[in-house]
Ligand binder design. Sequence first.
Ligand SMILES: *Cc1c(COP(=O)(O)O)cnc(C)c1O
Length: 390
Amino acid sequence: MSQLPWHSQLQQTLTERKAAGLYRRTRLRDGEQGVEVVLDGRKMLSFSSNDYLGFAAHPALKKAFIESLDQEGVGSGAAHLLTGHSRYHHQLEEALAEFTGQQRVLLFSTGYMANIGVIDGLLGKTDVVVQDKLNHASLLDGGRLSEAQQLRYPHAAMALLHQRLHTAANSRNKLIVSDGVFSMDGDIAPLPEIMDLAEQHKAGVLIDDAHGLGVLGQNGGGVIEHFGLTQQKPILVGTFGKAFGTAGAFVAADEVVIETLVQQARSFIYTTAQPPAIAAATLASLKLVQQETWRRDKLQQLIKQFRDGADQLGLPLMPSQTAIQPLLIGDDKKAFKLGQDLEQHGILVGIIRPPTVPKNTARLRITLSAAHDAEHIDKLLGALEASYGH
Ligand SMILES: *Cc1c(COP(=O)(O)O)cnc(C)c1O
């Protein structure tokens, strides 16, 4: 095939990206996700997954998955609205409605699709969506996909959220959108303040709790349980690819919102339902999330151990009480070099650079899991001590 007219242009952009230290590449994992992984053929101690409770390769999930395969086969074979909605999907929706204390739940095939579907499905031309600037890419994309007016406020700045809502006073419907736990910073959204402002301005609230669900709250109910919200609840997006250890996502809300999404969320309507076995495994996971509270306790102990140790070493911790513990490095190349040095020590962390995070805020994204042990944290701190400042 002859080259496309813009081929050399694309090549140049790639070269520039590489020179700027912003090049991304896929790495190959052999075997199960976990604390010790084999990546590109090398065994590493990993602080680089979102498997916060250690469920991704849990025997109970595997068992549920395999048993349902025998009954249901592999592929769902169709969208939910046709013949793809299995008994397991149905049970999972019911169980999640109970778990979240919301009227109804709708499954989506991924969190990305849930987020674009819920914003685009609920808002139209005369509406406005107001987002935290550090929201996950899928929420920002959902806003852009909808025809609603787009407003953003600086990260967690409630006075400015108030101002934006004031600006939007004449719009038909207003939706405030925020991550529950911010994926690259690990901090928790000021949900009570957001709910107050929403009430004051008659706005709706959508919280994407991908990193809070299963991790925060006594029962793993996430940021909503963390703040003890019982009366007015936001529309909630939860994902299964993180603490739940499986794949997929859901929206929990009242009957009218969910029914609207069934009719209007294109990323729900026009896609194949996930394999029923995924829903079966997620049901098993949901049980463990609620029952095995020790996993959350252990995770909190590890978080404390890491923060205390990093603090003593003078490392640039960020204000996070969650499983996401970034070290703010700033310079892209320095962050990359530090990540490489850690790999020399057999330790894997996320190296996060723009455009995933704002310019000059490159960081190491360290994620902790209930599957880690105290010795793992000691090893990580030892390697950081050896690498940082060199
Ligand atoms: C991971 C993530 C998503 C996307 O979920 P997937 O199921 O992986 O598509 C959405 N929002 C946030 C905040 C996330 O961290």
